[in-house]
Each structure stands twice: as structure tokens, then as C-alpha cells.
Design a protein around this ligand. Structure first.
Ligand code: AMP
Length: 200
């Protein structure tokens, strides 16, 4: 259905633990490259706010700092893409978060007759992450930005999400990016890698 218009897509995964700066950098990247932004976390929060069936199903899990089911994630992503059939590419933020989701992504991009161009991982020491998230919690109003839940999110990350990095490393697609410094410095590092990947 979508295949012919999608060939020149630029598809990027922005990866990293909670608090790595994925959301901040994503806003700048989608503007620079005119990409469809798929943040599964943002989409889930919207579903919760609207108290949809899906939002209600996800809420308690998110508030514990655990990962929601692949089924729910697949549904919100498919719905988003179906609403935006013609895009220059997609920036994924917060997905894939499990190896099973990396397989989902592969199938999805194949269906769009496209591929993943790069997987960029923002690397930030854990003490900095915790500080950033506690600061964010003061203004974000996010139920999962409290210390207890943040520590649970780190645990989930180590157990389920870190193996995703290994998965892409083995495919030769993993690029680590230093995630400390100014927003602008980090942005420069990301765009340098994206421009390289897009030229291939
Ligand atoms: P984020 O805004 O990316 O930090 O996501 C907030 C929360 O939403 C996470 O702690 C999970 O509970 C849930 N979530 C977001 N993306 C995913 C995903 N790809 N798989 C499972 N759960 C997710």
C-alpha cells in the first residue's frame, strides 16, 4: 500500500536510558530532517490523558516504571503510521526497548519497503541521569519521574533494553554518542552521524 512512495525514507532510532536527552534532541532532529516523530512514551501519555481503552490498560504499568506489552506498542505505532502515509522518514524515540521490539521494527520497515539507517545511542553516566530526571520531575508532572519509579525504570532498562544495544552492535549498526555537554554539542554529534548514514 505505502511501498512506492517510501523508498527514500530516512529512518533513525534514537536510543538511550531514561534521562539521556532523547526527547530534547528529537525535537531538533525532526525539524532538521523533517521526520515523522514516533515517541512511544509521548503517545502512551496522550492515550492516558485522553483515558482511552489503551491508555487505561497502560497506565498502571507506566506508573510502576515497567514496560508495557509489545501488543500495545505495536498498536499505537501502526495507528500513527497509518495516519501519516507520506513522510520523509521516521525518528523513533523510546522504541525499540526490547529485542522483540527490534524484530517488530524490522518487519515494520520492511512493510514500508524501507530500512533502518542508523541507531544512535546517547551515553550518559547513571548519576547524571538520576539528577536530570529528578530535576525534570519537579516540572514535568510525570508520575514516573519520582526517585522510586526512576530506579525501577533503570532496572527495566538494564534487564530488557540494554540487550537491544547488543543486538544492533552485532549487526554493526550501533553508534554510541556522548550524551553530555551542551544541547547544541550533542546535536552536532548526532547530525554528523546521521549525515554519514544518509549518504551511504
Ligand atoms: P519514555 O517517555 O520513553 O521514558 O516512556 C515512558 C514509559 O512508557 C516507559 O517507562 C514505559 O512504561 C512506557 N513505554 C514507552 N515506550 C515503550 C516501549 N517501546 N515499550 C514498552 N513500554 C514503553
Amino acid at each position: 500500500m505505502l511501498s512506492n512512495t517510501m523508498k527514500a525514507m530516512l529512518n533513525i532510532v534514537l536510543f538511550g536510558p531514561p534521562g539521556a536527552g532523547k526527547g530534547t534532541q528529537s525535537q531538533k532532529l525532526i525539524e532538521r530532517y523533517r521526520l515523522l516523530y514516533i515517541s512511544t512514551g509521548d503517545m502512551l501519555r496522550e492515550e492516558i490523558k485522553a483515558q482511552t481503552e489503551l491508555g487505561k490498560q497502560a497506565q498502571a504499568t507506566i506508573e510502576r516504571g515497567e514496560l508495557v506489552s509489545d501488543d500495545l506498542i505495536g498498536r499505537i505505532i501502526e495507528a500513527k503510521i497509518a495516519r501519516e502515509p507520506e513522510v520523509a522518514g521516521i525518528l523513533f524515540d523510546g522504541f525499540p526497548r526490547k529485542v522483540s521490539q527490534a524484530h517488530m521494527l524490522e518487519a515494520l520497515l520492511e512493510k514500508l519497503n524501507s530500512r533502518l539507517h542508523c541507531m544512535l545511542s546517547l551515553e550518559v553516566p547513571q548519576d547524571v541521569l538520576l539528577q536530570r530526571l529528578l530535576e525534570r520531575g519537579k516540572v514535568s508532572g510525570r508520575a514516573d519521574d519520582t526517585e522510586e519509579v526512576i530506579l525501577n525504570r533503570f532496572k527495566e532498562y538494564e534487564a530488557k533494553t540494554a540487550p537491544v544495544a547488543e543486538y544492533y552492535r552485532q549487526k554493526g549498526m550501533y553508534t554510541a554518542i556522548k550524551g553530555t555537554g551542551t544541547v547544541e554539542e550533542i546535536f552536532e554529534r548526532l547530525t554528523a552521524e546521521i549525515d554519514k548514514a544518509a549518504a551511504k
